[in-house]
Design a protein around this ligand. Structure first.
Ligand code: BG6
Length: 475
C-alpha cells in the first residue's frame, strides 16, 4: 500500500505540470457525462466572443496515456489535474456515473504505473449546469452538494491519490464570475455576489477538508489560491490603509480560512467599507476551524499592484483579450483603491505583467504572515502566440527565459526557508484557455488541434526535462 509519507522520501521534490478537466479532456458529452455551466455557456451564450469551446479541447480523454508517457519521458514525477464534477455526478448530486469513475481510475492508475504522483483538484470552474441553475455558488446548499461530491471522490480514489486540492482559485473565479463578468454566470461589478461566493467556496472547501480528515484518508489536502500579493505603488498617499483593504479584497477571505482556520479578523470592518452582507453558516467558527488545509497550492503568475483611487466610480478594465497592447488591467473601487500600472515592468501580449521576482516576494510573504505553511506551486507559466515549424516543433525561447527566472526565484525563497514541496508548470500540453480559446498557448507540448490532436514536445519541454535531471543530480 502506498503511503503519503513515502512520497517525499522517494521523490524529494515534486516536479510536474498541470491541466484542468474542461480545458483538456474534451469528450464533453461522452458516456453519461452531465452538462457543465461552461459547456452551456460556450454553446449558447453570445458572450462567448471567440465562438470556441472545450467540446474536444486537447482530447485528453482519449490521449491520456500519450500525455502521461510524455510527462514520464520528460522526467516529471507528478501531474496535477482536475476532476469534472459533472463526469462523476451528471447532475451535480444524486446518481453517480460509473463511466466517470472508471475514466479517472484509468488516469490515476496509469500515472502510478509511470511513477507519476497524481495531484487531484476537485473543482476547477466547471460547475454542473443543474447546480448553476439552482444559484450556483450563491446558493448556500452548494456547500453540502460539494461535500457529497468530494466524499465520493475520496471513497473512490483516496486509496491511491495522496495529494488533493478542493477548489482552484476561489478568489479569481469569484472575480471573473461576479466582477469582470467574463466567466458564466457573467455578473458584472456585483460585489455582493463576489464576497458571498468566496465565503461559500471557502465553506464548501472547509467541509470537504473536514470530511477528508474524518475518513482518515492518507494524504494531504488544501486549497489553490491565485497569488494576489499586494504591492503598493509608491505614489500612493495612504498606503497602509490601502494595503489592508486591497489585501482583503484579493487574499484574506481565502488565506485566513485556508491557512489559519478562521475568517479574517478585519471582516466586519471590510463589510462596512465595501458595503456587503454575508449569509453566514451558524456554526462557521467550528467549520472553518475543522476545515483548515494541510498546505497551500499557489498559482503564481503576477502580483496586484495598487494605489488609492480618490476621485470616482467603480469600474473594471479587464484585458485578457490578446490585443498585444500595453493597456492597464484591473479594477477601480469607488473612492478606495485602483489597480496601478508599472511602466518599468515587462508585459505579455495580454497586457499582463511578466514579473518573475513576484515568485520570491509572494512566497516570503506567505511564510512570514501565515505560519510558514507547506506550499506547492500548483501553476506557473507563460501564455504565448506560437508558430511551429513544418515538423510541428516550437522554439519557445521566451517561455524558457521566463520559466528559468521564476524557478530561480522559487529556489531562492526555498533557500531562505520557505517550505515549497513541489512545482507544477502550467500547462502540460496546449489546452483551451477560458477566454482566449486556442490562440493562447501555455503547453510544454504542442497540440495540433486541427490534425488529430498530434502532440509535439516544444523546446521548453526538453529544457524542463534537463532542469529536473540536473536538480536531482545536484541534490
Ligand atoms: C489560472 C487558471 O487562473 O490561469 C487556469 O487556474 C488558466 O485555468 C490560467 O488557464 C491561465 O489563464 P488564461 O486566462 O491566461 O488562459
Amino acid at each position: 500500500m502506498r503511503k503519503y509519507e513515502d512520497i517525499f522520501s522517494k521523490k524529494q521534490f515534486l516536479w510536474g505540470s498541470a491541466t484542468a478537466a474542461y480545458q483538456c479532456e474534451g469528450a464533453w458529452d461522452e458516456e453519461d457525462k452531465g452538462i457543465s455551466e461552461w459547456d452551456y455557456f460556450n454553446h449558447h451564450s453570445p458572450l462567448n466572443i471567440n465562438q470556441e469551446d472545450g467540446d474536444s479541447a486537447s482530447d485528453f480523454y482519449h490521449h491520456y496515456k500519450k500525455d502521461i508517457d510524455m510527462m514520464a519521458e520528460g522526467k516529471q514525477n507528478t501531474y496535477r489535474f482536475s476532476i469534472a464534477w459533472s463526469r462523476i455526478l451528471p447532475k451535480g448530486y444524486g446518481e453517480i456515473s460509473q463511466a466517470g469513475i472508471d475514466f479517472y481510475n484509468r488516469v490515476i492508475d496509469y500515472c502510478l504505473e509511470k511513477d507519476i504522483e497524481p495531484n487531484v483538484t476537485l473543482f476547477h470552474y466547471d460547475l454542473p449546469l443543474e447546480l448553476a441553475k439552482e444559484g450556483g455558488w450563491l446558493n448556500s446548499k452548494i456547500t453540502d452538494y460539494f461535500n457529497e461530491y468530494a466524499k465520493i471522490c475520496f471513497e473512490n480514489f483516496g486509496d491511491r491519490v495522496k495529494l488533493w486540492a478542493t477548489i482552484n482559485e476561489p478568489r479569481y473565479y469569484a472575480y471573473c464570475t461576479n466582477i469582470v463578468g467574463n466567466y458564466p454566470p457573467n455578473r458584472k461589478l456585483d460585489f455582493q455576489s463576489y464576497f458571498q461566493s468566496q465565503y461559500n467556496l471557502m465553506l464548501a472547501s472547509a467541509k470537504a477538508i473536514h470530511t477528508f480528515k474524518e475518513m482518515k484518508i492518507d494524504g494531504v489536502i488544501g486549497i489553490v489560491h491565485d497569488n494576489g500579493s499586494v504591492e503598493i505603488d509608491p505614489a500612493t498617499k495612504e498606503s497602509e490603509n490601502i494595503f489592508e483593504i486591497a489585501d482583503f479584497f484579493y487574499n484574506r477571505l481565502i488565506l485566513c480560512p485556508a491557512l489559519l482556520g478562521e475568517l479574517p479578523p478585519e471582516l466586519e470592518k471590510m463589510i462596512g467599507i465595501f458595503g456587503f452582507t454575508l449569509l453566514r453558516a451558524e456554526n462557521e467558527t467550528e467549520l472553518f476551524r475543522l476545515g483548515k488545509g494541510d498546505y497551500l497550492g499557489l498559482n503564481l503568475y503576477n502580483r496586484q499592484y495598487v494605489t488609492d483611487w480618490q476621485e470616482g466610480k467603480t469600474e473594471v478594465f479587464h484585458n485578457n483579450k490578446g490585443s498585444g497592447s500595453n493597456n492597464k488591467e484591473g479594477i477601480r473601487v469607488e473612492n478606495i483603491f485602483e489597480s496601478s500600472f508599472d511602466e518599468t515592468v515587462r508585459r505579455n501580449k495580454w497586457g499582463r505583467e511578466v514579473n518573475p521576482r513576484v515568485m520570491y516576494t509572494a512566497l516570503k510573504e506567505i511564510k512570514n504572515r501565515y505560519e510558514n505553511p507547506m506550499i506547492m506551486i500548483t501553476e506557473n507559466g507563460h501564455g504565448c502566440y506560437e508558430e511551429p515549424d513544418e515538423t510541428g516543433y516550437v522554439v519557445d525561447d521566451e517561455r524558457i527565459e521566463i520559466f528559468e527566472q521564476f524557478l530561480f526565484y522559487m529556489r531562492k525563497a526555498m533557500d531562505e526557508g520557505v517550505n515549497v514541496k513541489g512545482y507544477y508548470h502550467w500547462s502540460t500540453m496546449d489546452i483551451y484557455s477560458w477566454i482566449n480559446g486556442y490562440r493562447k498557448r501555455y503547453g510544454l507540448v504542442r497540440v495540433d488541434f486541427e490534425n488529430d490532436f498530434t502532440r509535439t514536445p516544444k523546446k521548453s519541454y526538453f529544457w524542463y526535462r534537463d532542469y529536473i535531471i540536473n536538480y536531482f543530480a545536484e541534490a
